[in-house]
Design a protein around this ligand. Sequence first.
Ligand code: ACO
Length: 325
Amino acid sequence: MKKVGIIGVGEYLPKKVLTNADLEKMVDTSDEWITTRTGIKERHLAAKDEAASDLAIKAGQSALEDAKLKGEDLDLIIIATISPDMQTPATACIVQNALGAKKAICFDISAACAGFVYALTVAQQFIARGSCKNALVIGTEILSSITDWKDRNTCVLFGDGAGAAILSEVKSGGIIASYLGGNGSIYDILMVPAGGSKMPVSQETLDKRLHFLTMRGNELFKIAVKAMHDAACVVLERAGLKAEDVDLVIPHQANVRIIMAVAKKLGFTEDKIYLNIEKCGNMSSASTATALCEAVKEGKIKKGDIVLLDAFGAGLVWGACVIKW
Ligand code: ACO
């Protein structure tokens, strides 16, 4: 099996910024409530003419430049998203065309906030077994398109963006261990009820606002802490490492209180946790992807560092991986 590592990263955040003060004018909320309960101050929102693929293409181009590769060098494109351009075709096909990645296999993965970790792990298998050389993995979301802007329980949480990584064979280090998991028994804790084959679009589903994300946030909070803690423990054990060996943790950015509760249980100090939730909110699959990109660009990840990615989301699904940079 070949060693597989990340050789380039990129991100794109839409220009428009929605602050907590803006939200105060839209629903019955306050900057104080949002900040203390979630750690979020602002989030980026896509323009009306921007689709998930547009964000992904920009993040992908940036990652290709970082890796000094061209679209034609790609053998595989995996897009992690729960807000694809359309039900079919896969958003990966639209990205493939825009990047001129003519020989790339392309498909999407729906694993919500764990999507980027799921996609990295799948891409790793293709390269490790020698069936692909270079893969582009992107987490891209326009959650604003499935957010109910009249529901204060959810609309303060989400944002739009895309983060990308290029995976290729590396001589040393790379992805040392991964762990993916799921539990569909409580799938309805976080979902978009209508718009699929179970409940196709109708006037009734539109009237009942069933095309938006619904969430039992309070229940999810406790489950998220346990799932992210357990995923980190399993993947560290698989990597033969301890928490103190980790240089930087890139957690899914759902809620700063969830992240810090997980960090405390694992024994990580705050300086080992990378956060971009304050300026981006929860961007589902794009959260870990953009946080990883930003940490690299800010010089917070150096050659030889041990990086832990740890994510959890709707499904329920979770995933973690340990990367030696
Ligand atoms: N502004 C003001 N008050 C609010 C708001 C708001 N935006 N939203 C809810 N409230 C009120 C509630 O109505 C409730 O009022 P009540 O006590 O009078 O009934 C009170 O605030 C407390 O509500 P809780 O739901 O208990 O608040 P909590 O501290 O749990 O925070 C939150 C809510 C932020 C959603 C939290 O539960 C959370 O982060 N949950 C996990 C989210 C998560 O992990 N999602 C998974 C990933 S997302 C994905 O996969 C796409």
